[in-house]
Design a binder for this molecule. Structure first.
Ligand SMILES: C[S@@+](CC[C@H](N)C(=O)[O-])C[C@H]1O[C@@H](n2cnc3c(N)ncnc32)[C@H](O)[C@@H]1O
Length: 274
């Protein structure tokens, strides 16, 4: 029986590499990678993998468990592959090892297996922790020079944005992740579905004018590379190249209207509002 309050021997820490490896790796994450018994890694680029291997040579490459649509290896869709990764990480924790799992960007942003691992490990009585890291969105704010503090910020997974009735606030910025697989409800493709970009255009046009200028953004993933910042009118988004790492930024349409009744009722000095 689990003695409440006493942690089991194995432990899990989940860290992120940031978008540009090794520049974005935090000192705290480096320490945790170096001192782990075993390191499970899912990073998209060979530079990231070789950087981590230099910090700790006992590596398990989670990329080998990724769903492969050609051979149907590792299950029938991406979710099945993620479940295999979760089991691989947790099986080492259960062996009593000090496990570090690494995902690119921020390990808790659009990373299903990381949150699942932390929650399952904690439920099983292990010490489990996630460290923050630099995400694609952090790079977007820096490269596009936009501040979520100005008028607010909404962020959605692109397919979820299509298929659910989200209330969109056009007075705040909107960030759509994973447009590289937009419209693919099967989780089996590595590109937008046949109608994905057309559906996205239709959905955006419900809220914004056709000539609203949006930005396709790709943060630099190599020191020598410039970010991709491609501005385009909404009615042209079906005509432009979309890649696996593309994120869509939609700027606010107009400032929100002032709630004068509310301000008056609470004696807010509206001349002070910026
Ligand atoms: C599975 S999510 C991983 C996000 C990652 N954990 C992070 O913190 O940025 C993949 C999505 O992140 C965004 N993304 C990843 N790399 C990017 C890059 N270099 N530039 C812009 N967006 C990126 C894209 O929207 C992509 O579809």
């Amino acid at each position: 029986m689990l003695n409440v309050g006493v942690m089991k021997k194995g432990s899990l820490v989940i860290v992120g590499t940031g978008i540009l490896t090794p520049a974005h790796l935090s000192q705290e994450s480096i320490n945790r990678i170096e001192t782990a018994d075993v390191v499970h890694v899912l990073v998209p680029d060979p530079l990231g993998l070789s950087t981590i291997t230099k910090l700790n040579s006992n590596i398990k490459n989670l990329g080998e468990l990724y769903f492969d649509p050609k051979s149907n290896k590792n299950g029938k869709n991406r979710l099945d592959g993620y479940k295999l990764m979760i089991e691989s990480i947790l099986s080492d924790v259960r062996l009593g090892l000090k496990v570090c799992a690494i995902f690119y960007g921020h390990p808790g942003i659009f990373v299903y297996p990381s949150h699942e691992c932390i929650s399952k490990a904690k439920k099983e009585g292990f010490d489990a922790q996630m460290l923050p890291a630099i995400s694609a969105e952090d790079c977007l704010f820096a490269d596009l020079g936009v501040d979520p503090g100005d008028l607010g910020c909404q962020a959605y997974e692109a397919s979820q944005f299509l298929f659910y009735r989200h209330s969109i606030n056009t007075s705040a910025m909107l960030i759509l992740w994973q447009i590289g697989v937009v419209g693919d409800e099967t989780l089996t493709k590595f590109k937008p579905s046949e109608n994905g970009m057309a559906m996205l255009k239709e959905k955006l046009l419900e809220h914004y004018p056709a000539n609203h200028l949006v930005t396709l953004y790709e943060a630099s993933t190599l020191p020598t590379m410039e970010p991709r910042i491609a501005e385009i009118n909404i009615d042209k988004i079906t005509d432009i190249q979309i890649n696996a790492i593309t994120t869509l930024y939609i700027p606010p349409l107009a400032n929100p209207a002032l709630n004068t009744n509310f301000c008056k009722r609470w004696n807010v000095d509206i001349s002070q509002l910026q």
